[in-house]
Design a protein around this ligand. Structure first.
Ligand code: ATP
Ligand code: MG
Length: 336
């Protein structure tokens, strides 16, 4: 459905002025420095899958979304959407793909500011040639799902950034594109209504079979929504189902955190040979411990604890966020 084959993008470094060293190099015929944004990115996305592109700031997420829309031309490699090259054959996929740029809202200037939300949605449906009655049904459904019914008569201009982002998310529910590219779709949306945005995204994939590529920094969001993810920083670092990645990489390197409550006191030196770090404080005759331990020493730490009067113990399990930090914290060698 979507295939990235050796996709690479190097931006030319900007020319600062006539006496800029780089410009001078250019003048002398030496190649200008380039800013890498994507390096040899290979992956495939299946039909109706939600695929997450996860990377830190500057990883190349927006660059990828722009290539999908032929707004940026790759230096090397190709991105195929429904079998067509996203840049060279863009006219073939134009009516099939829809993109929401989170950080750069309404990049395509679809919404009119001094027009109500509902009229805006009707107008855009008309542009996509959705029959009137069908459009009306879909608009009502989308506004209901995103809990935006009470905003339908408001001018688009009067909405907050988060509300506008949600109105934007109503569009794929109405236009029902084959492929949806979401560049940080829940940026600006608060934690109370993020669930509605997530539901809309899940609904698209499950009900309408939309194939979705989603970029995010929110690892919770990725774990919640994505069937598979690709962790990258210009180059691919790892790829797989969130659960599989957690399983695969929660090896010795990743620390477990145990939260332990003990009646009485405990000498932290007891953990000297087994734990990475122990934080402790006492209150009302109880000692509270935060024990960071490598997985292979877990058993030893638990053995020590059995000699004490433990009244509570919690194990913080590894999340996709832990894996993300672990993989991007060190060398970004290709582990995939
Ligand atoms: N028009 C441009 N000209 C030169 N360099 C660019 C341009 N656009 C992006 N870059 C560079 O390409 C790299 C990737 O940028 P991109 O915006 O794709 O990252 P991102 O993953 O979307 O980051 P963020 O999480 O901050 O949105 C960065 O080093 C950035 O500085
Ligand atoms: Mg970006």
């Amino acid at each position: 459905m979507i295939e990235s084959v050796g996709l690479s993008k190097f931006y030319p470094s900007p020319i600062k002025g006539p006496f800029d060293v780089k410009s001078l190099r250019d003048f002398l015929g030496k190649p200008r420095e380039e800013i890498p944004a994507l390096i040899d990115l290979n992956f495939k996305v299946k039909e109706s899958e939600i695929f997450g592109l996860l990377g830190p700031n500057g990883a190349g997420k927006t660059t990828f979304c722009k290539i999908a829309n032929a707004l940026v031309i790759p230096t090397r490699g190709n991105l195929y959407i429904s079998g067509y090259d996203s840049v060279k054959e863009h006219d073939k996929i134009k009516g099939k793909i829809f993109t929401i740029f989170g950080g750069e809202r309404d990049l395509f200037g679809l919404f009119q500011w001094r027009v109500s939300v509902e009229k805006n949605l009707r107008f855009i449906s008309e542009l996509w040639r959705i029959p009137k009655i069908e459009a009306e049904k879909r608009i009502n459904y989308a506004l209901e799902l995103l809990n935006l019914k009470d905003k339908k008569n408001e001018w688009y201009q009067k909405l907050s950034a988060g509300m506008r982002q949600k109105v934007y998310l109503a569009l794929p529910l109405i236009l029902q594109p084959e492929v949806l590219i979401l560049d940080e779709p829940t940026v600006y949306i608060d934690v109370f209504t993020r669930r509605e945005a997530w539901d809309a995204i899940l609904e698209l994939s499950r009900e309408f079979g939309t194939t979705i590529i989603l970029t995010t920094h929110n690892l919770n969001e990725a774990e919640m929504l994505c069937d598979r993810v690709l962790i990258f920083n210009k180059k691919k670092i790892a790829e797989g189902k969130p659960k599989e990645l957690i399983e695969k990489f929660q090896t010795l390197k990743i620390e477990r955190k145990l939260l332990v409550k003990i009646k009485g006191k405990i000498n932290v030196e007891e953990f000297e040979k087994t734990a990475e770090k122990v934080n402790t404080y006492t209150q009302n005759g109880y000692t509270y411990l935060e024990i960071y331990v490598r997985r292979d020493y877990l058993k030893d730490v638990l053995t020590i604890l059995t000699n004490h009067n433990v009244t509570d113990i919690q194990n913080k399990t590894t999340t996709l966020e832990d894996i993300f930090k672990e993989l991007l914290g060190g060398e970004n060698e290709n582990l995939a």
